[in-house]
Design a protein around this ligand. Sequence first.
Ligand SMILES: Cc1cc2nc3c(=O)[nH]c(=O)nc-3n(C[C@H](O)[C@H](O)[C@H](O)COP(=O)(O)O)c2cc1C
Length: 201
Amino acid sequence: MSKPTVYVVIYSTWGHIKTLADSVVKGLREGGVNAELYQVAETLPQEVLDKMHAVKFDIPVLSPKDLVKADAFIFGIPTRYGVPAAQVKAFWDATGGLWAEGALVGKYAGVFTSTASQHGGQETTAMTFLPHLVHHGIIFVPLGYQSKVLFDNSEVVGGSPWGAGTVANGDGSRQPTGKELEIAETQGKTFAGTILKVHKP
Ligand SMILES: Cc1cc2nc3c(=O)[nH]c(=O)nc-3n(C[C@H](O)[C@H](O)[C@H](O)COP(=O)(O)O)c2cc1C
């Protein structure tokens, strides 16, 4: 039986989402599915990126039309004013052809996020990503409380039942913690379990 393939599709300016994505990919593979990591295309001019000290990642850029090749996706999205970064919106705005054909109907998707501050919008970013899925007929797979770390209030821990998350600090100085990476790995593993239940090779 062929394994289902999950694309982990990210945008990351400074690497927090990329670090979470590595744990999500690890969890997906542990869970028994193929996992491939991609990034969406950049939309900001290089001059602006230089001023932001943006980091470049050696990850293939996913063409929106190639979403059809995957059985499911997990999007990794940093917050911008409490909603997904515009690069992710631009990616979905280029999927009109797929939408017209219903090419993504019945596929599955999850989401994980990153914010500067603890209450900077992880859940609102996940929530405001949902209309893209709904309009395409894609089925949202939440993390739920499948990671017990989500109950840990002994320190700042990013993530929510919507999906994994990290808190980066305003200057980006905080890196994803062991607990946040554990949640991300659990998201990958439990997402794989859901996909394996419904996948028909
Ligand atoms: C224009 C802009 C808007 C942002 N808006 C928010 C926000 O609303 N809440 C928040 O906590 N962080 C906000 N941030 C911080 C980013 O979400 C944070 O730097 C990012 O999640 C780090 O992930 P990355 O290293 O993968 O890019 C904003 C950053 C930028 C550049």
